[in-house]
Write a protein that binds this ligand. Structure first.
Ligand code: NAD
Length: 248
């Protein structure tokens, strides 16, 4: 199978309907040993149990560099290696430009961008030692078109930063055998978006999407699977849109 015995860390994968959880489930189906990292240890462990036996759930706040380093150390001591990291943890705040206070900017930038840097820094030494690894970073269509329904301008900026960081890491780590790519989801029905979408709004939004529907978490998980496994062996620094054609 595509990910047999690969140790795959996914941040922000505890949320039941989230992209991270769908990715964890799909990776497990393809043979991975999945490590779910999220804010709450109990929820991370429950999510790991939910996808099947042999997976791990650990508490890790990606905004805390020491916590990221500790999580990576624990994974290596328990599972011996780290093959894949999906930097999925993220938060949004639906604010307009003049509503953004310093605390808003810090919170959104910390989870989406700083967290991507810290968690990547935590796994890179192990991937370098293995001379192999794949990092997948979760950006957003908000980075490409400047805003959306749910993310504010600071979210667009942070997710744009994720694209720059992805390319810089891909350039630096390529010679070490480590690939780094990004996914830019469009509007995906998860807890971030789900509860706030009325049926009328969904129909209205779908009219602007060539494939005629909103995305589901599995749509994004499949792109992560491609970028995590050898099917994308010659792909690094790439950005894959999963948005139903929203930007055409
Ligand atoms: P979600 O809210 O369902 O999941 C986010 C997860 O991140 C939660 O489990 C949460 O506990 C976790 N998290 C938050 N702060 C954290 C921290 N500091 N450390 C560790 N974990 C933390 O959201 P989702 O819709 O599944 O989004 C997943 C990713 O996809 C995010 O990066 C989001 O910005 C991005 N994205 C989502 C959409 C969409 O339409 N849903 C579109 C584009 C991009």
């Amino acid at each position: 199978m595509l990910l047999t015995d690969k140790v795959c860390l996914i941040t922000g994968a505890a949320s039941q309907r989230g992209i991270g959880r769908a990715t964890a489930r799909l990776f497990a189906e393809f043979g991975a040993k999945v490590v779910i990292l999220d804010l709450d240890a109990g929820q991370a462990e429950a999510a790991a149990r939910d996808i099947g036996p042999g997976h791990l759930g650990l508490a890790c706040d990606v905004t805390d560099k020491a916590a990221c380093l500790a999580a990576a150390r624990e994974v290596v001591s328990r599972l011996g290696r780290i093959d894949v990291l999906v930097n999925n943890a993220g938060i949004t705040q639906p604010l307009k430009i003049m509503e953004i206070e310093p605390a808003n900017y810090d919170a959104v930038t910390d989870v989406n961008l700083r967290g991507t840097l810290y968690m990547s820094q935590a796994v890179i030494p192990q991937m370098r030692a293995q001379a192999a690894g794949a990092i997948v970073c979760m950006s957003s269509v908000s980075a490409q078109r400047g805003g959306g329904i749910f993310g504010g301008p600071h979210y667009s900026a942070a997710k744009g930063g994720v694209l720059g960081l992805t390319k810089a890491m891909a350039r630096e780590l390529g010679p070490d055998g480590v690939r780094v790519n990004a996914v830019t989801p469009g509007l995906i029905q998860t807890d971030i978006t789900g509860g706030k979408l009325t049926d009328e709004l969904k129909v209205e939004i779908a009219k602007g999407i060539p494939l005629g529907r909103l995305g589901v978490a599995d749509d994004v998980a499949k792109a992560c699977l491609f970028l995590a496994c050898d099917l994308s062996a010659y792909t690094t620094g790439a950005v894959i849109d999963v948005n139903g054609g929203m930007l055409i």
